[in-house]
Design a binder for this molecule. Structure first.
Ligand code: AP5
Ligand code: MG
Length: 198
């Protein structure tokens, strides 16, 4: 199985690249942000709880996230060749919980790919998207909080994957196609070295 994590600041292109990865490698796309927005749209109890954190740009508590994603990961879906995790894990606790979930399936993470984009570009992309996205968190004040939360709470988890030799950093200020090309090179390298075999 090919189990990838795509990490990066808000607006770095995680969702955009995930869609392309899904198409090429037939993976299941798991975006915790998208799953939460669906819960909110459906007025579920989880959606109600998550909404206030998202609207402020804070992280939704680990327990809620781990519970939500484990249901997705642990369900048997043989038609996929693996998963692409977009926006999860965002804390060390989530990263460790993820390893446990995969262990139950006799699988592991193949690679952790971080998209690096400078702050000015991130803000410009998100403000532009905010004109039509309808997302409660695409406004300047909340964007600043999201960027700070990313720096303080999420960026450090790269070390967890560096220690396991699974960490790849990509410069994300290129065309969408060029960024994708670098990702495919990483995946092909994994395949050649049989690293993804779980
Ligand atoms: P989430 O939905 O994950 O949002 P995010 O991390 O803030 O990231 P975005 O979805 O805004 O950006 P993206 O990196 O996907 O970029 P995109 O491809 O859209 O999380 C939202 C909230 O949910 C969190 O703040 C938190 O509250 C909660 N949450 C989610 N997961 C959680 C977790 N695990 N734990 C706790 N809380 C959690 O691209 C952005 C824009 O740029 C688009 O318009 C796109 O067209 C454009 N673009 C993309 N690539 C390029 C390029 N190469 N060149 C130019 N433009 C580009
Ligand atoms: Mg996204």
């Amino acid at each position: 199985m090919l189990n990838l994590i795509i990490c990066g600041a808000p607006g770095s292109g995680k969702g955009t690249q995930s869609e392309k990865i899904v198409e090429k490698y037939h993976l299941k796309h798991l975006s915790t942000g998208e799953l939460l927005r669906k819960e909110i749209a459906e007025n579920t109890e989880l959606g109600e709880k998550a909404e206030k954190y998202i609207a402020k740009g804070h992280l939704v508590p680990d327990d809620l996230i781990i519970d939500m994603i484990s249901k997705e990961i642990l369900c048997e879906e043989k038609r996929y060749k693996g998963i692409i995790l977009d926006g999860f894990p965002r804390t060390l606790r989530q990263a460790k919980a993820l390893d446990k979930m995969l262990q139950k399936k006799n699988e592991k993470i193949s690679a952790f790919i971080e998209l690096h984009v400078e702050e000015e570009e991130l803000i410009s992309r998100l403000l532009k998207r905010g004109k039509s996205s309808g997302r409660s968190d695409d406004n300047l004040d909340v964007i600043k909080n999201r960027l700070e939360v990313f720096q303080n709470q999420t960026l450090p988890i790269g070390n967890y994957y560096k220690k396991q030799d699974k960490y790849y950093k990509i410069h994300g200020v290129e065309t969408i196609e060029n960024v994708f090309k670098v990702i495919t090179e990483i995946v092909e390298n994994l395949e050649n070295n049989n690293i993804q075999t779980a």
